[in-house]
Write a protein that binds this ligand. Structure first.
Ligand code: NAD
Ligand code: ZN
Length: 238
């Protein structure tokens, strides 16, 4: 096996990979933040102020998952995980479950998951379907009034940072897909990878905020760029 065959890949995905499935992005023109204030629905303070409104916002997103499907970009990454001989780590900022539904394994959700609920009283994180309400009761400790979507809000610490750092620094290639590069700490991964001498590639609709830090950047639709990239990588053509 050549070095390239066994290369360890670290893939960061953002809202752009799910855009063509019909899941709205945040920062694009017409994206969620053009209609909703992030302070209201994506901060602990917003939840304390108006939990019903925050539940309604995430309930709508959770319900929306039933109407969307993985697109060729998610499917290509699942194929890469299956067929690439080296390690393939997928870290996503997305709270949807489209990587899993495409067949990916062990996806690291650094910003949490819509399909889980978190109890503010005991810290339990459990799979959850349906609608959350102020009166929702924790399945583990039976406390009511403290159950929230298991989503990392602004001002909170993203999940799994230790394992993410470890995998990032062990990688031979850092690939960033469909992310604006505006939200830290994920936005800082490219600089870290670069400082560690890891090759860095961006696949995004438009140049991200950190685009100049990448060794290579390709701009276009994820459903075109990602399958083509995966095909070339598996053929050994890159
Ligand atoms: P973002 O909205 O800030 O940026 C999305 C990026 O994707 C943009 O740079 C845009 O140009 C690009 N893009 C849009 N359509 C694309 C396409 N078809 N192909 C390729 N690229 C495309 O999203 P982000 O960088 O992930 O922002 C981070 C925050 O947004 C995170 O906190 C994340 O949790 C949250 N978020 C998640 C979802 C989801 O779960 N699907 C949706 C919206 C936002
Ligand atoms: Zn609990």
């Amino acid at each position: 096996m050549s070095k390239r065959d066994s290369a360890s890949l670290f893939i960061l995905t953002g809202a752009g990979i799910s855009a063509e499935s019909g899941v709205e992005t945040f920062r694009d023109k017409g994206g969620i933040w053009s209609r909703v204030r992030l302070e209201d629905v994506a901060t602990p303070e917003g939840f304390a102020r108006d939990p019903a409104a925050v539940h309604a916002f995430y309930n709508a997103r959770r319900a929306g998952l039933a109407g969307v499907q993985p697109n060729p970009a998610h499917l290509a990454l699942a194929r890469l995980q299956r067929d690439h001989p080296g390690a393939v780590t997928i870290v996503t900022q997305n709270i949807d479950d489209l990587h899993e539904r495409a067949g990916s394994r062990s996806v690291i959700h650094m910003h949490g998951e819509l399909t889980k609920a978190l109890c503010g009283a005991c810290g339990d994180r459990s799979p959850f379907a349906g609608d959350l309400a102020i009166s929702s009761t924790c399945a583990a400790c039976a406390t009511s009034g403290q159950v929230r979507p298991d989503v990392v809000w602004f001002g909170e610490m993203p999940y799994h940072m230790d394992v993410i750092e470890e995998r990032l620094l062990a990688a031979d290639l850092f690939l960033s897909i469909g992310t604006s590069g505006a939200v830290y700490p994920a936005a800082g991964f490219v600089a870290e990878a670069r400082a560690a001498g890891i090759r860095t590639i961006e696949l995004n609709l438009e140049p991200s905020e950190g685009t100049l830090l990448f060794d290579e950047a390709r701009h276009g639709l994820a459903s075109d760029l990602v399958p083509a990239f995966v095909e070339a990588l598996l053929r050994g053509a890159r």
